[in-house]
Design a protein around this ligand. Structure first.
Ligand SMILES: Cc1cc2nc3c(=O)[nH]c(=O)nc-3n(C[C@H](O)[C@H](O)[C@H](O)COP(=O)(O)OP(=O)(O)OC[C@H]3O[C@@H](n4cnc5c(N)ncnc54)[C@H](O)[C@@H]3O)c2cc1C
Length: 346
């Protein structure tokens, strides 16, 4: 059977778009398919990312909304301020960011939902509601509910929810605010992010929802002009490859298990996936054996951060108020000001 493309990328989020861009630069025949009509929409992300972003893609004014230099953590042991000289994190506009990554990747097929992936007679067959497509390799970059991950019999260990409400109120503060309140968010946290021209309130937890967000912040998030959205956050990666398939980004739970941040990890894994895909095509070898190198490489790069995040998550879930107070007191009495923003997992 003749495969139509070298690589089909399922999902046009940051992981898929960046992997596709890198593969296209290698001169390969790439097709990206996306279930929604417009790239970047619907939005489901705060877009708070550490300055590590600039090591991967140029930070453009178009998508940069604001910058922050630190965080104030409201904890059972009182407030802890973390500060970094200069910029600690960028607040980016995700839909605009995603569209900037999509430049040059035409023709993208939008409004095409992948329903399954099978391996048939030397090709990966991607079944979509617009017909079947065939390629030598598939990158599943289809987010937290990944169909491609299910097709290869894998998926995250746990799924959290995140909700966001954005007010049209100017907020040019230098700090993100974080609340660690087990009654409001038993296994997560709440936040306020200054977005320059706007102010964002959000929450991440298995219990996240707009009612909880409203009762915690005592704001009327149903008022006109407030933008509200939410999404799922996959936690804890398992196997991320199979014959002719690799999964990348949220599809593979390449997410910081504490903060739920996945943009930097997803882009990092996309670089590795593109490199291994290039090697597979060069050798004409799409076996799970060759693609296992992808998993080894991303675990080397981001696996430690994920394991530490999972450990902290377990500790936080099980800790009672007193234990948390002790923990944060310890942190407070240490050199908190010298701590890096990345410690918070952004
Ligand atoms: C409330 C909330 C706030 C967050 N805030 C931050 C933050 O501040 N910083 C941060 O780093 N991360 C944050 N995240 C996480 C971040 O949004 C994700 O880690 C990131 O979007 C992952 O990128 P991705 O490309 O892997 O997946 P996605 O961005 O989810 O993209 C997947 C794409 O695949 C498409 N798709 C899905 N299924 C199919 C299918 N079957 N066929 C075709 N197309 C399909 C989707 O439409 C989507 O466009 C947040 C998440 C939530 C829920």
């Amino acid at each position: 059977m003749q495969c139509m493309h070298d690589v089909i990328v399922v999902g046009a989020g940051p992981a898929g778009l960046y992997a596709a861009k890198l593969l296209k630069e290698k001169g390969l025949d790439i097709l990206v398919i996306e279930e929604h009509e417009n790239i970047g929409e619907p939005n489901h992300c705060s877009g708070l990312v550490s300055t590590n972003l600039e090591k991967l893609v140029p930070v453009e004014d178009d998508f940069l909304e604001h910058t922050v230099s630190g965080a104030v953590m409201h904890t059972p042991a009182g407030d802890i301020k973390l500060q970094k000289p200069g910029i600690a994190a960028y607040v980016i506009n995700r839909p605009v960011f995603d569209r900037s990554l999509a430049k040059g990747l035409e023709p993208l097929i939008t409004h095409a939902r992948c329903k399954s992936v099978t391996i048939e007679r030397g090709c990966a067959v991607v079944r979509t509601d617009k017909g079947d497509l065939k390629s030598r390799l598939v990158l599943g970059c289809d987010g937290p509910g990944s169909v491609v991950a299910k097709a290869i019999g894998t998926g995250p260990r746990e799924m959290l929810k995140g909700v966001i409400a954005i007010e049209n109120t100017k907020d040019t503060s230098e700090n993100v605010e974080l609340w660690f309140d087990k009654k409001a968010a038993p296994d997560g946290f709440l936040w306020k992010i200054p977005r320059g021209g706007r102010t964002e309130y959000g929450m991440m937890s298995t219990m996240a929802g707009f009612e909880r967000l409203t009762s915690f912040f005592k704001n009327d998030f149903n008022a006109p002009g407030i933008e509200k959205f939410g999404g799922f956050v996959p936690i804890g990666p398992r196997r991320t490859y199979s014959d002719r398939v690799m999964i990348v980004g949220d599809a593979a739970a390449h997410v910081k298990p504490w903060s739920g941040g996945g943009v930097i990890y997803g882009l990092t894994a996309a670089v590795i996936a593109a490199e291994i895909a290039g090697r597979a095509i060069e050798k004409n070898d799409f076996s799970a054996d060759l693609l296992s190198e992808y998993e080894k490489r991303w675990r080397d790069e981001i696996g430690k951060g994920i394991t530490l995040g999972l450990m902290f998550r377990e500790f936080y879930k099980q800790a009672d108020e007193e234990t948390l107070k002790d923990f944060f007191s310890e942190m407070k009495s240490g050199k908190a000001n010298e701590l890096d923003m990345d410690l918070l997992g952004f």
